[in-house]
Design a protein around this ligand. Structure first.
Ligand SMILES: *Cc1c(COP(=O)(O)O)cnc(C)c1O
Length: 229
């Protein structure tokens, strides 16, 4: 597991360089270590190496890892497509659900959060490339999507998340720039139920570009843990 520690130090250095290019404090960029498909031992190794945020994309996997690790040392992020009937497994475990991609899911999250007497923090997933096969609010529907959430008293929108289309060269920067614009536009509204704090974008292959274009939360899996089986 030594490679995990080394990889994390290297990622942090690269994040610092990217933050410097943007002219922001590296401490203002949150690193989510995406531990999906890796065993609990890998999560523990990451925590020992200073990781404070883990990301998982399957409800039962997150729930069973949570049972072992708990949330005293680490904040759990749910980042995958979430089926309505799986919300109950993660509602009281996720510090942040980053993948609110449709309104009917908001209804379920709200119901479950109410049941547990909590406010559920979420990010809205934006389908920034307007890809038909992907979920998420399209850039043109985002405004209305956010308005619709106001009725759900147990949901608080903390910002936006995106996975841009696979693209080559510097094209990805355009998507990151568009996301930053959408984020600032919504943040400026200062809605009580949508205190924007996080713009989650950037993965192993493009987290530096993402930070340079305004991301303050990156989700890195492969570059920390290695290739997923
Ligand atoms: C798997 C995953 C990541 C991490 O991807 P890597 O390329 O392994 O860094 C980030 N975000 C989401 C939503 C994911 O599903």
């Amino acid at each position: 597991m030594d490679h995990i520690k080394e990889n994390i130090s290297e990622i942090k250095l690269r994040m610092e360089d990217a933050a410097a290019k943007r002219g922001i404090d590296p401490g203002d960029v949150t690193l989510i270590a995406v531990s999906k498909y890796f065993p609990v031992e890998a999560c523990k190794a990451a925590i020992d190496a200073g990781i404070k945020y883990l990301g998982e994309n399957r409800a039962q996997e997150m729930s069973s890892k949570f049972e072992v690790i708990g949330n005293k040392e680490v904040f759990w992020n749910f980042i995958g497509q979430l089926q309505k009937n799986k919300v109950k497994y993660i509602i009281d475990k996720a510090w942040l659900i980053q993948s609110l991609d449709r309104l009917e899911l908001a209804e379920t999250i709200n119901e479950q959060a109410k049941k547990h007497g909590i406010i559920s923090d979420v990010l809205i997933e934006v389908n920034i490339g307007d890809e038909i096969q992907k979920g998420g609010a399209t850039p043109s529907s985002l405004d209305n999507f956010i308005k619709e959430i106001e009725q759900y008293e147990n949901i608080r929108i903390k910002g936006l998340m995106a996975i841009p289309p696979v693209c080559s060269g510097n094209k990805v920067r355009d998507y990151f720039k568009q996301m930053k614009d959408l984020y600032e536009e919504q943040k400026a509204k200062e809605l009580s139920y949508a205190p924007f704090t996080y713009l989650s974008m950037g993965m192993s292959s493009d987290f530096e570009e993402a930070i340079e274009e305004g991301s303050n939360m990156v989700r890195v899996g492969t570059a920390i843990f290695g290739k997923r089986a």
